[in-house]
Every structure is written in C-alpha cells, then in structure tokens.
Design a binder for this molecule. Sequence first.
Ligand SMILES: *[C@@H]1O[C@H](CO)[C@@H](O)[C@H](O)[C@H]1NC(C)=O
Ligand SMILES: *[C@@H]1O[C@H](CO)[C@@H](O)[C@H](O)[C@H]1NC(C)=O
Ligand SMILES: *[C@@H]1O[C@H](CO)[C@@H](O)[C@H](O)[C@H]1NC(C)=O
Ligand SMILES: *[C@@H]1O[C@H](CO)[C@@H](O)[C@H](O)[C@H]1NC(C)=O
Length: 278
Amino acid sequence: MSSLCHTSAVLVFFMALAVGVGAQQSNERSCDVIGDESSESQMERALLKKLEPLSQMRFNVTVEKGKTENYVYHFRVCREVNSTLHDFGGLVQTDRQNGKTTVIGRINETQVFNGSDWIMLIYKGGDSYGRHCSGEKRRAVIMISCKRGVTASSFSIISEEREKEQECFYLFEMDSNVACPAEDSHLSVGSILLITFASLIAVYIIGGFLYQRLVVGAKGMEQFPHFAFWQDLGNLVADGCDFVCRSKPRNAPAAYRGVGDDQLGEESEERDDHLLPM
Ligand SMILES: *[C@@H]1O[C@H](CO)[C@@H](O)[C@H](O)[C@H]1NC(C)=O
Ligand SMILES: *[C@@H]1O[C@H](CO)[C@@H](O)[C@H](O)[C@H]1NC(C)=O
Ligand SMILES: *[C@@H]1O[C@H](CO)[C@@H](O)[C@H](O)[C@H]1NC(C)=O
Ligand SMILES: *[C@@H]1O[C@H](CO)[C@@H](O)[C@H](O)[C@H]1NC(C)=O
C-alpha cells in the first residue's frame, strides 16, 4: 500500500513538472505562418512541428570582411533571439564594432516548405534596408539540409544579396536530421522470413529440449527433440555430400585418404562400412 502511495506521489510530481515545463515553453513566442489559425497551411504546420526539436538551440556565425565588416548573426529556429531587444526577431545581426543590432527576419512572418531531404525556412519582416533594395524589409532564408545523426550543425552564411532593386535576402544554411525523410524499414520480406524461421527453430529446440528432459526424462544428447531422426538425417546428408562432392572414387589408394582417415572417429568408420556395397 505504501509503495502505491509512493508511486502516485512520484507520478504527481512528474506530471506537475511536465505541466510546468509546458507552461514555460508556451510563454515563448513561436513561428507564425501566413493566415489565421484556421487558414494556415497544414504542410507548414507539419513542418514547424518537425523543426520543434531545434527550437531550444542558439546558432551563431561570425563574418569578418576586411576592416569594415565584422558581424555576428544570431539565429534561433522559431524562437526569438532576444525578446527584450527585438519583437519576434528570429535572425539578428550584430555589428561587433559598435554593438548595433539589426533584425534580418522575424518569426511572426515565417514561410516554410520542404523537399525530399531539405527544409527551407524563411523569416520576412526584418528591419528595412537603407539605401539598398529600394528600402524594403530584410529577409532571411535558411536552408536546412538532411544530415543523419546530427540534431543541428554547421550553421553558416552563404551570401548577402542586396545589390538588387527588390527581393533581397540573406542566405544561410545548416545541417540537421529533422530535414531527413522518414527512414523506411530496412527489413525486407526475405529477412522477415529468415527471422521468423530462426525463431521457430529456436522455439522447436528449446521446447523440445524441455519436453524431452522434463516429460520424457531423457538424458544427455537424447534430450534433443527427435534426436534419432536428426541423427539419421545428418548421416543421410553427410552421405549425400560425400556422394556428390567427392571427386576421387571411394576406393582410391590409401595414400589419398590417409589424412581424412586419421581424423575420422570410430563411429564414422562404422558408418563407412555400409557405404561400401553401394
Ligand atoms: C551563440 O551565442 C549565444 C549568445 O551570445 C550563446 O548563448 C550560445 O551558446 C552561442 N551558441 C553557439 C553554438 O556558439
Ligand atoms: C537581451 O538583450 C539584453 C539587452 O542588451 C541583454 O541584457 C540580455 O542579456 C539579452 N538576452 C539574451 C538571452 O541574450
Ligand atoms: C510582426 O512583428 C512586427 C514587430 O512587432 C510587426 O511590426 C509586424 O507587423 C508583425 N507582422 C505580422 C504579419 O503580424
Ligand atoms: C515534406 O514534409 C512532409 C511532412 O514531414 C512530408 O510528408 C513530405 O513528404 C515532404 N515533402 C517532400 C517533397 O519530401
């Protein structure tokens, strides 16, 4: 009775913990795709769910170009980099020379789509460009490629395209196993059959062994199920093999058979006898 109490106390504790963690997570704002709750794309929602394991990680990449450019980019998957500094900022650039930060993309304007082994995550609604790109809002494009065995790695920047009139973007890439297609079962029909067969044999041997030992009361080798039958079969197979595989006739000169004869036990000597008439 007391152990039952104990168990339920532990259970309650873990449930409280789970609720607490859940509440804490829901405090953070997450990716929002175009449309209201009802009109959101099901595909986008499925993909956001797939990306969820990455949401607690923080990614950085530093870019140094000559003396003028020294930036670090902070990126989070569907979470704000720093909610006190920037509303919804999912990818933020910091100028290391003066500490000035610029939001490249916001998670409340997310677009996401996928191919067979990649996911494209786009944050729009970043801070506006000044002179470049007709002063439009910045946009971050993050290509996530499939790499099995790693939760997330090698976040890096590919390019900053801003010498255009419109539709400028910052391009990033990273590797993750969340972008990988579901692994299909490696078990082919053949291997399933093989496993079933092996299991049946194991059941046969163990079951038969127990039956012979406990019910019949057999001892030694006799404990194997159908021992006499398998012994006969073994001999038969050996004979067949002997007949098919031996390239020299049985009555070949003794010199050829010397080695084999030394190794044969008494039993096989006896067995050889009834072969002779053949
Ligand atoms: C990225 O930077 C943040 C804050 O500066 C830090 O907490 C985090 O550990 C860094 N992540 C990596 C992978 O370096
Ligand atoms: C967010 O920015 C504020 C102000 O710069 C800073 O004090 C705080 O440590 C930052 N939080 C994180 C998680 O980087
Ligand atoms: C996303 O958040 C930013 C900053 O709060 C806001 O200016 C913008 O209108 C929001 N975008 C959408 C689509 O709600
Ligand atoms: C995209 O992801 C969805 C959901 O995981 C998956 O069903 C679909 O096959 C993926 N699309 C492609 C082209 O592989």
